[in-house]
Design a protein around this ligand. Structure first.
Ligand SMILES: Cc1cc2nc3c(=O)[nH]c(=O)nc-3n(C[C@H](O)[C@H](O)[C@H](O)COP(=O)(O)OP(=O)(O)OC[C@H]3O[C@@H](n4cnc5c(N)ncnc54)[C@H](O)[C@@H]3O)c2cc1C
Length: 388
């Protein structure tokens, strides 16, 4: 799949995929083939295309029953985001675990060799090696390949899961603190206590249509040990738009800011690109290029946007305004950096209606959350302006 970092390309991909978003998606989505899924995640992750406009387009073409599976998958992203917003310490624990694992890599030669081989796709497990190289080359992996890859990383290669999550974040164009961290935790048995995901040769053979049937995979997947999920915090509800001399600050998390610019009289619009903060290691050229391209596209769509390269630049820039308005930066490295950079600044973190309505429902597992989807879709319908 080729991912051109423009809204036009995202909308073209959406339109091309639409006929397939109904029962064809439900039947074919588990096959690791480019045409079985939408490939929209790099656009959704950066909100170059937004969830409400995707849902509206799908529902203008299919009945809710026919598109149920696709709609649920889109809401998985929303659910993970809401879950992490209410439990931000899980992100902090991941970063601490990652630092510890990277320290071990420095001092343990065996671990360093195994980690490097896994990242380079040189383990001798053909399917795994193929996916490692595919990810590095394209910035994308099919969902099923992500599940198999993570499972083999944790249970067959017995590498620290945080190193695998970091490898994904450095290379995935859609690399997302919530979906990625919680996806890895889910495979490893840390997210749903006692439940793990075991990659099985037969399942891989079926869903790669016989391209792979790897030998020597772990035959069981005992859950990893980890602290229980922290108590839930109140989800963010979003601040009101500020008045006065306002600076609008964007991040790679929301590159369709019209909804916010319509509500705020902006004296200046700037963007802080936190892509490099995804990992303590180098983030891939593909990821950097995608975000750089998406920011150039943003300039073309809304006029030149000032670039702020470092958190210090953000602090200095923010001093010129009475208040800063920004789309609520979701839990992750960018939000961490901005939190520190804007300590003492009057900030108004504004929330899209899609998130404000859905996030509070991420109280327990997805099974409970998904029962609320019909209600959430109705609320979207009522608020037609959401689809703008
Ligand atoms: C270990 C692991 C790590 C992952 N890391 C990320 C990540 O960093 N960023 C990311 O966006 N997704 C991640 N996912 C979820 C999922 O694999 C991708 O969202 C999906 O493969 C994107 O491809 P697509 O757009 O073609 O999906 P489609 O099947 O076409 O789905 C449409 C949209 O629904 C959402 N979606 C679909 N499946 C999931 C899911 N399981 N969890 C959350 N959202 C989903 C995505 O936004 C996707 O674009 C991860 C999954 C696993 C198992």
């Amino acid at each position: 799949m080729e991912f051109i970092p423009t809204r036009e390309a995202g909308l073209a991909r959406l339109n091309a995929f639409l006929p397939q978003a109904g029962r064809a998606y439900a039947a074919g989505r588990n096959y690791d083939e480019p045409d079985s899924v939408s490939g929209l995640s790099p656009y959704l992750r950066h909100r170059i295309v937004t969830e409400p406009e995707l849902l509206e387009a799908v529902l203008s073409r299919h009945t809710p029953a026919a598109a149920e599976k696709f709609i649920q998958e889109v809401y998985w992203r929303t659910y993970w985001k809401g879950w992490l917003e209410m439990r931000p310490t899980v992100w902090a624990q991941y970063r601490t675990g990652l630092r510890a694992a990277l320290n071990r890599v420095q001092t343990e030669a065996g671990l360093r060799r195994a980690w490097k081989a896994a990242c380079a796709g040189e383990t001798g497990i053909d399917a795994f090696d193929h996916w490692a190289q595919e990810l590095a080359a394209t910035g994308y992996l099919h969902n099923h390949a992500r599940m198999w890859f993570a499972s083999i990383w944790v249970f067959t290669l017995r590498l620290p899961w945080e190193l695998g999550a970091d490898f994904f974040l450095r290379h995935l164009l859609d690399g997302d603190p919530a979906s990625n961290t919680l996806g890895w935790r889910w495979v490893a048995g840390l997210q749903t206590p006692g439940k793990t995901y075991l990659a099985r040769p037969d399942n891989i053979a079926t869903y790669t249509r016989g391209r792979f049937r790897p030998m020597g995979l772990a035959q069981e997947a005992p859950p990893l040990d980890g602290p229980p999920a922290p108590p839930r915090m109140v989800p963010p509800t979003g601040d009101t738009p500020p008045k006065g001399r306002i600076g609008v600050l964007l991040t790679e998390d929301d590159l369709s800011p019209d909804w916010l610019l319509d509500r705020v009289d902006a004296a200046d619009v700037a963007v802080f690109d936190g892509t490099a903060l995804r990992s303590p290691l180098h983030v891939s050229q593909n990821v950097q290029a995608f975000v750089t391209g998406a920011l150039a596209d943003l300039d073309n769509r809304i006029g030149p946007v000032r670039r702020l390269a470092t958190p210090e630049d953000v602090t200095r820039w923010a001093e010129g305004f009475e208040a800063i308005a920004l789309p609520h930066p979701p839990v992750g490295a960018t939000a961490d950096a901005l939190h520190a950079a804007m300590d003492g600044t009057r900030t108004h973190r504004m929330l899209r209606d899609h998130d404000r309505m859905a996030w509070p429902n991420a109280t327990a597992g997805f099974f409970k959350f998904k029962k609320r989807i019909p209600e959430l879709l109705k609320a979207h319908d009522r608020q037609a302006d959401l689809f703008g």
